[in-house]
Design a protein around this ligand. Structure first.
Ligand SMILES: [Zn+2]
Length: 152
């Protein structure tokens, strides 16, 4: 038996050859794969990664599957949808705070003196972790969905 099989090949009890498509995304010691396997099933994950054409697509898919599986583990009822609702709620609170502050400024300084709120564009790579940023190909790699690594 090859003890260095990637997490998917090990779960599927198959040989993991040196050119295995999954190895880069779910190495043998990948602790995230337990959640991914439990939520999506190893065969489904393998099929999904096989259906993609580029390493970049497989990387994004693997990160997305990890993100979704972790969200489902944290919140078995709502998963990603619950996280979206949570963040929308935070965003709504911040927007309310901005409106409140604007109204307070208008009252204290006069309506003509209040600067307009201008949304700041989100920079490329904003949602990547430090690990991703150090291994990514640069800004062209685009944002990927991974959770902050403060949950351990
Ligand atoms: Zn493998």
């Amino acid at each position: 038996m090859n003890s260095n099989r990637c997490a998917i090949c090990r779960a599927l009890k198959q040989i993991c050859d040196p050119n295995c498509k999954y190895k880069a995304h779910f190495p043998s010691n990948d602790t995230r794969f337990e959640d991914v396997q439990q939520i999506f099933g190893a065969a489904n994950v393998a099929n999904k990664l096989n259906s993609l054409e580029t390493e970049e697509q497989r990387k994004i898919a693997a990160n997305s599957l990890c993100y979704a599986a972790e969200a489902r583990r944290r919140d078995p009822k709502s998963g990603i949808a619950g996280m979206v609702q949570h963040h929308e709620s935070i965003l709504n609170d911040v927007e309310q705070d901005i409106k409140f502050a604007e109204n307070e400024l208008k009252t204290n300084m006069g309506p003509d003196q209040v600067p307009k709120f201008v949304p700041v564009p989100i920079p490329d790579g904003f949602l990547t972790t430090v690990d991703d940023a150090s291994t990514s190909a640069g800004p062209s790699a685009g944002p990927s969905a991974t959770l902050p690594k403060n949950h351990e």
